[in-house]
Design a protein around this ligand. Structure first.
Ligand code: IPD
Ligand code: CA
Ligand code: CA
Length: 254
């Protein structure tokens, strides 16, 4: 099923790349929340593939919601974001991906994030480690927040929230720098491969983080809520780190 997820993410990423930089249809789901014809085309391909290979599995996909199959096997669930980084995509900013996870009995067992602009495929299987284009990856070994490069993101309802600005200010003062790249799934993959030491964000959805949290764990990192307690991917916020700076970030976020 890992290979199926990899192939599907690569093909969906191909669709995104074909449409990237072209004039495409963009609609608004909310004040600043967009959906493009690329999100819909990528999701259609992924759903069609899952339905033909695993017709009994349940699906949770960002643009079409939850789908369970009558008489199907609800213990398996695919969690999909067909285009993570839609705002970037709509502005021709080349930082976006396809991210696909598979849950079994409520636990993520496969996670794949594919960035088609850099041809980077991050993959993880529970207990099997994490890879980038087939090569094993590990989180970084930096153990001081002051030497760390961090990344965050802001939810679409940011105008109603106060904490993100406080957290951003404090972590900017305490770290080497903070980036905001606009794709939570890529942010998590970059923690997994050691490009960032830590990521935090509130207001995310399960499809933003399902694959990425497995990547981080399988690469030796740590994920939790802002107070350090066990994360439920259906109810983010979350903080994900290389493990070594986890407590130092929690001290600011909690
Ligand atoms: C968004 C991106 C972004 C994050 C937002 C997400 P979308 O997903 O992951 O980085 O800050 O909270 O909703 O809408 O591009 O799929
Ligand atoms: Ca997303
Ligand atoms: Ca999306």
């Amino acid at each position: 099923m890992l290979n199926f997820a990899i192939e599907t993410a690569r093909d969906a990423g191909g669709i995104l790349l074909e449409k990237f930089g072209r004039k495409i249809k963009i609609s608004k789901k909310g004040d600043i929340d967009l959906v493009t014809e690329a999100d819909l085309a990528s999701e259609a391909l992924i759903l069609e593939r899952i339905r033909s290979h695993y017709p009994k599995h349940s699906i949770l996909a960002e643009e079409s919601g939850a789908a369970s199959v009558a008489g199907g096997d609800a213990t398996w669930k695919w969690i999909i974001d067909p285009l993570d980084g839609t705002t970037n995509f709509a502005h021709n900013y080349p930082c976006f991906c396809v991210t696909i996870a598979l849950e079994h009995n409520g636990e993520v067992v496969v996670g794949v994030t594919y960035d088609p602009t850099r041809n980077e495929l991050f993959a993880a299987e529970k207990g099997g480690g994490a890879t980038l284009n087939g090569k094993p990856i590990r989180v970084s070994d930096i153990d001081k927040l002051g030497d760390s490069l961090l990344v965050t993101g802001f939810p679409y309802d940011i105008k109603n929230r106060k904490e993100p600005a406080r957290h951003l200010h404090e972590l900017l003062m305490l770290s080497r720098g903070v980036r905001r790249d606009g794709s939570a799934a890529i942010d998590l993959a970059y923690v997994a491969c050691g490009r960032f030491e830590g990521f935090w964000e509130e207001g995310l959805n399960p499809w933003d983080v399902a694959a990425g949290t497995l990547l981080v764990k399988e690469a030796g990192g740590q994920t939790s809520y802002f107070d350090g307690s066990k994360l439920d991917i259906y109810r983010p916020p979350l903080v994900a780190t290389n493990g070594l700076i986890h407590d130092q970030m929690i001290a600011v976020l909690k």
